[in-house]
Write a protein that binds this ligand. Sequence first.
Ligand SMILES: Nc1ncnc2c1ncn2[C@@H]1O[C@H](COP(=O)(O)OP(=O)(O)OP(=O)(O)O)[C@@H](O)[C@H]1O
Ligand SMILES: [Mg+2]
Length: 271
Amino acid sequence: MSPLDAARPGPQLSTDSERNETQMNPTAQAAPETAVSPDPAARSRIEPIYVLDGITKSYRMQGRTLTPLTGVDISIMPGEFATIQGPTGGGKSTLLQLLGALDRPSSGVLRLDGIDLAAARDGVLTRMRAARIGFVFQSFNLIPTLTASENVNVALEGRGMTASTRTERVAEALAKVGLADRGGHRPSELSGGQQQRVAIARAIVAGPKVLLADEPTGNLDESMRDEILELLEGLNREGLTIVAVTHDSAVAKRAHRRLRLDGGRLHEVRR
Ligand SMILES: Nc1ncnc2c1ncn2[C@@H]1O[C@H](COP(=O)(O)OP(=O)(O)OP(=O)(O)O)[C@@H](O)[C@H]1O
Ligand SMILES: [Mg+2]
């Protein structure tokens, strides 16, 4: 799946229907600990948003098996801002794809809001992505022929909203990222920092719980990097959980929690 597909969610479903579909899947049903509390509000107050237990990921390429993730164990609480650093080729983007329900682990348990993504059916993954996850990428991944507003609007497709509700939501999201007056601009008519703001607006317009960012400031100079960081910090203060992969220690230092992926495992970086 391309990053643009990731940004283009499917129809939104309630937690109940996701749960029902998960329960219809015998593999998912086999794990009793995937059962979720009947009160979603109470659950999210006290329970991690992500639980990863013994996650591995292997790729088979030309007769060779490559295993970038050899055993990742981590819990992420709602409202955290976590960064992941590590050597190039170390599996950071791979891990983010698993967190984003874009791919499944080879083994282990990966729960998002109590639902095991490793065992869930494709339809459940699609709906988990649409309802809970926003993505931001290093290269913005905006559609060059669409305006900023139209790019953000893409993330609301297939959600059964009226055109006027969508227009309102898009305007709100662009205002939130400080681009209320740039809705009519195409990506080529925006600075790099502004393009990343549009991408962030697209990622948050549907109201996700988690923002997954892969090198969100990697293509930006220092002042634009700081602007984007401040924007992410503001969204985090409003309650959005953020997991960001970064090579930039200045970014990692601003997060609540620093993680390092090395040798296929994730470690806490002590300050
Ligand atoms: N779809 C795939 N098929 C086969 N191998 C893959 C696939 N995706 C990633 N890999 C391999 O898995 C390893 C980890 O890749 P990944 O992109 O997760 O690293 P990364 O930590 O994000 O690196 P960088 O910092 O350079 O972005 C690499 O060796 C890569 O070649
Ligand atoms: Mg990467």
